[in-house]
Design a protein around this ligand. Structure first.
Ligand SMILES: [Fe+2]
Ligand SMILES: [Fe+2]
Length: 551
């Protein structure tokens, strides 16, 4: 449909109101103009004041934290969650938990919490009982690409400070998002990382596991039976949410995924606490075998969040728990997004364990590489982002287990031709892993002799991982490291939509490097960029094609 201000794809027009058409066009053209410079600037300019600025939207520190996540339709649904904050002792009274929301601070709509309760925690010697009440509700029928004001209350009388969120745009658009893992609760690392993410004002943030480090990790949950309960510290969740909520997650959808530290001595494969705190648009467990998987789209990008604990050769707690269902669902999602007419050009996959890491701690996980890398190759996954290794590392693009081309910092990858880029974004705040094996194209040199290592099964390989004991051995692929640096960091991804049918579309991926010493981050102002790569595709989107065919 042609309008005086631009064209709206026919497939969207039939479902759009006049207001939604206005929002669509405003998003496409105002945001494109705004970010035009950002896509073209080099590394030095990217670190300037327009790349990052402290947002006044994140000034709220009073009261209990709140955080948000997309519903099944990111353009029209948003989960709002909040807690009563850290609380030890009797369960506090939360008589009437509710959210008020609207287009300005007069709100106009009120919605009661749909869930309100505590996380049942096993009796723990020496640990306070976790009696924080977690509340959440799903706001529905929102306008796309619209900024809402909201505020929460536990009793309908006392309200939290006003904050805002913005729903997702509909259709192809330029936008920014961030990805990070291994955040923790440290005041001089985790906190400033959350603040820098907030200052970048991404449309959403994807977390690749290990959030609060309340418990789990390995040996805390085994075959349905909680073990090692005494090391479980559920109060760490209150510290975590107290950091990320007021600094970012109350306004930026916090698209959380699990790591090994989300396996807690609780039910539902150890994820009961994670699920209570993070209501999200999970794919049906009956289909995936897992309660914590999801995929969503924004513009021409699909994001799939997986659970590496299912297939890890390094950590066995949840090995094989989906009995192959997760991998079958992944294949189905990849096929769906690569099918003609999906509206998707780029596929970004996030999970916790690294497929390619030259770090001396953890290293690469061969269980996951064995099962998922063939799917990443087959469906031309553009980018795989992991954590677990507390550092930053980018691989050269690989296909079939071989580096296809050497791409230095600032270079360009054509995923259709070159294959998949693997990034470790595990510098979210937890203690860093500074040891490295082998050669790299940039950043930290080797600190130890020898080649990168990988966790492999000693027994035979199966479709759901492998058998026998796992062991850390010399890897059979060693030349993949493009850039690596052990620092507190994360990645910011700027998507440029195609300008015309079959036009070029890209994601500029930049590794954000706040000013820091070995003791922590010293300032959150003007963070530098240590590494970048641009992923470029020729768009396959058919929405203009559909419109053009009618002319
Ligand atoms: Fe971690
Ligand atoms: Fe981890």
């Amino acid at each position: 449909m042609e309008t005086p201000y631009g064209e709206i794809p026919e497939k969207f027009v039939k479902d759009m109101t006049i207001q939604e058409m206005h929002d669509y066009l405003r998003a496409r053209f105002s945001r494109r103009a705004l970010l035009k410079g950002a896509g073209a600037v080099g590394l030095a300019a990217a670190a300037g004041p327009y790349f990052w600025r402290q947002s006044s939207a994140f000034a709220s520190t009073a009261g209990a934290p709140q955080w948000i996540a997309y519903g099944r339709d990111p353009a029209r649904e948003m989960y709002v969650s909040w807690s009563v904050g850290s609380y030890n002792g009797p369960v506090p009274s939360v008589p009437a938990p509710q959210v008020r929301y609207g287009l300005d601070t007069t709100y106009g709509a009120v919605q009661a919490a749909e869930n309100s309760g505590t996380v049942p925690v096993p009796a723990i010697s020496g640990e306070p009982v976790e009696n924080t009440v977690y509340n959440n509700t799903l706001l529905r029928n929102l306008w796309p690409n619209t900024t809402y004001h909201y505020s929460v209350s536990n009793d309908g009388v006392n309200w939290s400070q006003d904050v805002t969120f913005t729903t997702a745009a509909v259709g192809p658009t330029d936008f920014r998002f961030t990805m990070v893992g291994d955040e923790s609760t440290n005041d001089v690392t985790s906190l400033p990382i959350a603040q820098v993410i907030g200052g970048l004002n991404p449309r959403f943030n994807v977390i690749v596991g290990d959030l609060s480090y309340a418990g789990g990790g390995s040996g805390y949950y085994s075959n349905g039976v909680p073990t090692n309960v005494s090391a479980f510290s559920p109060g760490a969740w209150d510290a975590y949410l107290g950091i990320v909520g007021p600094n970012a997650a109350q306004s930026i959808p916090w698209q959380a995924g699990v790591g090994n530290h989300e396996m807690e001595p609780l039910n539902n494969f150890g994820y009961a606490g994670f699920l209570t705190r993070f209501p999200q648009a999970y794919a049906p467990q009956a289909v995936t075998g897992s309660p914590v998987l999801k995929s969503f789209t924004y513009g021409n990008v699909a994001v799939i969040q997986l659970d590496g604990n299912d297939l890890s050769a390094e950590l066995s707690d949840n090995n094989g728990y989906t009995d192959g269902q997760q991998t079958a669902w992944l294949a189905q999602e990849l096929a769906r997004y690569r099918a003609p007419g999906s509206g998707i050009d780029f596929i970004v996959v996030g999970f916790h364990n690294c497929v390619f890491s030259s770090n001396t701690t953890h290293g690469s996980d061969g269980g996951i590489r064995l099962v998922w890398q063939p799917l990443f190759d087959q469906y031309e996954v553009d980018l795989v982002v992991s954590g677990h290794v507390h550092a930053y590392e980018r691989s050269y693009p690989l296909r079939g287990g071989e580096v296809t081309t050497v791409v230095p910092s600032g270079g360009t990858v054509h995923p259709h031709r070159d294959g998949t880029t693997y990034i470790d974004a595990g510098g979210g705040g937890q203690g860093l892993y500074t040891g490295w094996y082998g050669v790299t194209g940039g950043g930290d040199p080797a600190t130890t002799s020898g080649e990168p290592e990988i966790w492999e099964w000693t027994g035979s390989n199966t479709a759901t991982g492998g058998t026998g004991t796992s062991e850390d051995i010399a890897d059979y692929i060693t030349d993949y490291s493009a850039y690596r640096h052990a620092n507190w960091s994360f990645i910011v991804l700027d998507v440029t939509a195609p300008k015309f049918p079959g036009g070029e579309t890209s994601i500029l991926v930049r590794a954000v490097d706040p000013t820091q010493t070995s003791a922590g981050i010293s300032t959150i102002a003007s963070p530098a960029i240590m590494d970048s790569v641009t992923l470029v595709r020729r768009s396959r989107l058919d929405f203009w094609g559909a419109a053009a065919s009618r002319r």
